[in-house]
Design a protein around this ligand. Sequence first.
Ligand code: PXP
Length: 246
Amino acid sequence: MSKLRLGVNIDHVATVRNARGGDTPDPVRAAKLAEEAGADGITAHLREDRRHIGDADIDALMDALTVPLNFEMAATDEMQKIALRHKPHAVCIVPEKREERTTEGGLEVAREENQLAHFIAPLRDAGCRVSIFIAADQRQIEAAHRIGAQVIELHTGAYCDAHAEGDFATRDIELEKMRDMAALAHSLGLEVHAGHGLTYDTVKPVAAFPEVMELNIGHFLIGESIFRGLQPAMAEMRRLMDEART
Ligand code: PXP
């Protein structure tokens, strides 16, 4: 099986920084450390309300990184302009609501097919790989394919939440859905990524799907790095991912 890429999401280094309004801890420094520790990419979500990552962070990440930047953004004109200015390696389109604590569900692609097709076309033309963050749902995957996305990222949140709540029946149903939908997406020629809420306890079954090429992991890794340091926290995640792959 091909080696699974680990994308490290550094948003929550910025969350801690912004709690005090100063310059530390610097998410770009964390991104460089993650890069040194073998991250295959860095993910950052520039939210409309700039609650964690800010515009200057994206400028600095574009200058500093040697690994690809996966720029997460809502499908708004403002974000499209920023993405077209920077032309990051990948753009991941996510749903966004101001009142939510985190990205709670996948994007509704099927209902917004025409608008989204128009929205992503210039990003593709600019050379960005366009990824769509969606639930493991056949309608959404087929719609993502029709609008011309190159990548889908499966939202692992429902699976991880069910695990955390001890609802193992639901967890296993969610896992089976993701397994089937990863296979469907792959058969349509889409590259498959996954992420949201993954931890040491939940990563292996998802990492074992042969169609999944990349996992994007943030909150748990940044939290774990308080106790172990970022590089050891990543090394343990990498070990579990590799173990699941063999
Ligand atoms: N992938 C996408 C598309 C996301 O929106 C997020 C959260 O910003 C993640 C992965 C990472 O999720 P977490 O921080 O829970 O690991």
